[in-house]
Design a protein around this ligand. Structure first.
Ligand code: OAD
Length: 392
């Protein structure tokens, strides 16, 4: 297995519910039959082994790689005010990330297994890749806190937009426009500056009913999602399966840290519960027939997991870079400066009506328009004010 470790915390604090703050004690707790309501909270880290980059890993994260491009700031690609002015970078990214191309990871299958065991109360995910659904987690158990590609609508009149039409646009890297009002169409992914789905607010108290909380693959940087683990009762065991320690995980009396790769962590936990074979066979069912299409497939994962991720991120940044060059060229042309050279590799399939590129740095450090979704740069300072959120 990988380098995961079950890290005991401050030895002077006695656990209230578990025998000890170890993976083995969590498995014992599950096997005892006392665990009936597991709440799982996930982020991009559970999908990286499928070949989808996360956001904030220093080398392979989307934002670190987008930072060198001509975006006003890396998160702009998911910012509603930037999208309204220049939707191409998002649609270039959507072309890469659109569901259907990736295989669920064994971490996704582990969540499905919890459901099959009848103990999954709810999965809160920040991911938009729909891999939980593909792994077989039922719709009514999933809260897609940051939305997903499952639906799309006009950002002006809110009219729903047909799925087949958006698929064609995404495949062609062109910009869909509302059939009614010609407004921009966007998948119902929550952008910075937008409200989270009602389902998030309807379910956000559920962690209080949990008898086990599992947090996987998230930096817990984006609010209000990052405050979810705080909603559990004090003596509810909280397990973090992640490459790094995040949020307040580790400070609770019954917190257990399983630091390392998510896939290794869930395998180890499943094995300790006596579920190893069931988990592997559930995951095997997610395999596709054409390994060439699958950056995260078992056939390629062993040898090239990291390379596949690096390739994917360099393709994404190159494509977005080209999109931005094209936008800039269009803008200069429209402004009547034909002397500017066209982009070296024009992406002719990207269409837009006279996009403008906001000034570089315009939004830097400006979080005032981030609305419901906002980045807590000081996650450790717990810059959370759920009461504020409730006012909405
Ligand atoms: P981040 O990229 O912020 O965090 C991913 C976390 O997973 C980090 O702590 C990584 O160390 C960890 N990680 C990565 N690969 C892993 C692996 N194979 N095994 C274990 N851990 C791994 O992603 P999120 O927390 O999901 O929002 O980001 C939250 C939100 O920020 C996203 O939903 C998105 C973004 O801006 C919006 O776009 C609104």
């Amino acid at each position: 297995m990988g380098n995961e470790e079950s890290t005991p915390m401050d030895e002077s604090v006695s656990p209230q519910t578990l025998h000890s703050r170890t993976l083995e004690a969590v498995a014992e707790h599950i096997k005892s039959g006392r665990v009936k309501n597991v709440v799982v909270m996930t982020g991009a880290g559970i999908s990286t082994s499928a070949g989808i980059p996360d956001f904030r890993s220093p080398e392979t994260g989307l934002y670190a790689n987008l930072a060198r491009l001509n975006l006003p700031y890396a998160e702009a690609v998911f910012d509603i005010s930037f999208f309204k002015e220049n939707p191409e970078p998002f649609y270039t990214l959507a072309h890469e990330l659109y569901p259907g191309k990736y295989r669920p990871t064994i971490a996704h299958s582990f969540i499905r297994l919890l459901n099959d065991k009848g103990i999954l109360l709810k999965l809160f995910t920040q991911n938009i890749d729909c891999l939980e659904r593909e792994a077989g987690v039922p719709d009514d158990k999933i809260v897609e806190a940051h939305g997903s590609f499952a639906r799309q609508s006009c950002i002006e009149c809110r009219q729903a937009y047909p799925e087949d039409d958006i698929k064609q646009h995404i495949a062609a890297k062109s910009i869909p426009r509302c059939h009614d009002c010609n407004g921009l169409v966007k998948p119902e992914i929550v952008f910075f500056g937008e409200q989270l789905p009602a389902a998030f607010f309807a379910s956000r108290d559920l962690p209080r009913d949990a008898d086990l909380c599992i947090v996987m693959g998230t930096s817990l940087t984006v609010q209000p999602f990052a405050s979810l683990p705080e909603m559990t009762r004090k003596t509810t065991p909280r397990v973090l399966i992640n490459k790094e320690r995040v949020g307040s995980l580790g400070s609770g009396t019954d917190d257990v840290l399983i630091l390392g790769d998510c896939d290794d962590g869930v395998r180890k936990l499943a094995t300790a519960c006596g579920w190893h074979d069931e988990l592997e066979s559930l995951w095997a069912k997610t395999a596709r027939h054409d390994p060439a299409d699958l950056p995260g497939s078992q056939q390629t994962v062993e040898k090239t997991k990291d390379e596949a991720l690096e390739e994917e991120i360099s393709k994404i940044t190159k494509d977005i870079d080209e999109t931005l060059n094209v936008s800039k060229w269009h803008e200069e042309k429209v402004r009547g400066d034909p002397s500017k050279a066209p982009p070296s590799r024009p992406v002719s399939s990207v269409t837009s009506s006279e996009p403008t590129v906001p000034d570089k740095g315009k939004h830097e450090d400006d979080q005032s328009n981030l609305g419901h979704v906002f980045v807590s740069h000081t996650a450790d300072k717990a810059a959370i004010n759920p009461a504020e959120e409730d006012k909405e």
